[in-house]
Design a protein around this ligand. Structure first.
Ligand code: FO1
Length: 310
């Protein structure tokens, strides 16, 4: 098997990444992760999607939420609350150690890529986890009345405000990380994980030069739909697509990846959408895309990897 590069956001992407990591050796899989959700809390650089992927690969993920560390406690957060800090963003004690170490490395001049490499190594992760960029990119949710930082919209306001659009501040001047570019040229396939098609995958593919690299890519690009039966498997993707007047379906997701994907993987429940997706210029593979157990994750990973050989 040749090298595969997976583009991932948070929880949904991390599930497929975990499946892929069980069937591909470390030299066969690199994961490029969205960093446009990154934010500062209590002076610490939090990189939620990178951490969600790292914790999944390290077997540390909180199984209920899909993010954070299983069994974490929130003693420091309670103390911070008593000191008058805003604590709507739930940072557990074990999770905080990751952010403290990352921030200390960034402050001492290391790049986000180097900091992630260091954290991955310490957590015993063998596959490469690569931030999409070392430069800051910031997702802004544009609502009817105001513009919100992504975590403010997503966590503090629970995605309740209706959005009119999203913007990725800094995207035009951010450089894709060197490791991202190097892995693209060395890889044989790109997998677009079932992550949010509005806020998780777009920041990665809209980095300068990346769309062109993917459309002219020498290998296969395979997208996996995060929508099943007109609902998001996890998170606010369906609500966001509806508010942006997009089709809340796998067809709607595929429309966003026209010209990028050779294959698009959809769930059995959406089999009747296959013809419309093929008309967009992609081959369609129909399988079970719902990943509850580790077996489901490995099974979907196998289905996707088999398409590379087709
Ligand atoms: N998501 C929530 O819904 N509430 C939280 O309090 C929260 C805290 C949090 C802390 C660390 C971390 O790595 C992720 C966290 N997330 C939380 C998830 C995060 O907001 C989302 O997964 C992504 O940003 C969307 O991809």
């Amino acid at each position: 098997m040749h090298k595969v590069i997976a583009l991932a956001g948070g929880v949904g992407g991390a599930k497929l990444v975990l499946g892929l990591s069980k069937i591909l050796k470390p030299q066969e899989l690199s994961v490029v992760v969205n960093t446009a959700d990154d934010d500062m809390f209590h002076g610490l650089h939090v990189s939620p999607d990178v951490d969600t992927v790292m914790y999944a690969l390290a077997g540390l993920t909180n199984k209920t939420t899909g993010w954070g560390v299983e069994g974490d406690t929130f003693i420091t957060l309670s103390a911070l609350q008593k000191l008058g800090e805003d604590t709507w963003f739930q940072l557990g004690d074990l999770d905080l150690a990751t952010h403290i170490k990352r921030t200390s490395m960034l402050n001492s001049g290391k790049s986000l890529t180097e900091a992630t490499q260091n954290l991955s190594k310490s957590l015993g992760i063998l596959h490469d986890v690569i931030p999409m960029s070392d430069d800051p990119v910031k997702t802004i949710a544009i609502t009817e009345t105001e513009e919100l930082d992504f975590q403010d919209y997503f966590v503090r306001q629970k995605c309740e405000p209706v959005i009119k659009g999203v913007r990725f501040d800094g995207i035009n001047t951010a450089k894709p990380s060197q490791q991202f570019i190097d892995n693209m040229s060395q890889s044989e396939a790109i997998i677009i994980c079932p992550s949010n098609p509005i806020v998780s995958i777009p920041p990665i593919i809209e980095l300068p030069g990346i769309k062109e690299l993917i459309s002219n890519y020498h290998g296969k690009t395979i997208g996996v739909s995060p929508i099943v039966s007109n609902q998001a498997l996890k998170g606010p993707a369906a609500k966001m697509m509806r508010e942006l007047q997009e089709d809340v379906s796998s067809i709607g997701v595929a429309k966003r990846y026209v010209g990028l994907c050779d294959w698009f993987v959809i769930d059995k429940a959406d089999a009747e959408e296959a013809d419309a997706i093929e008309k967009l210029g992609m081959n369609v593979h129909i399988t079970s895309t719902i990943m509850n157990s580790n077996e489901d994750k490995i099974s979907l990973a196998n289905e996707v990897v088999n398409l590379i050989k087709n």
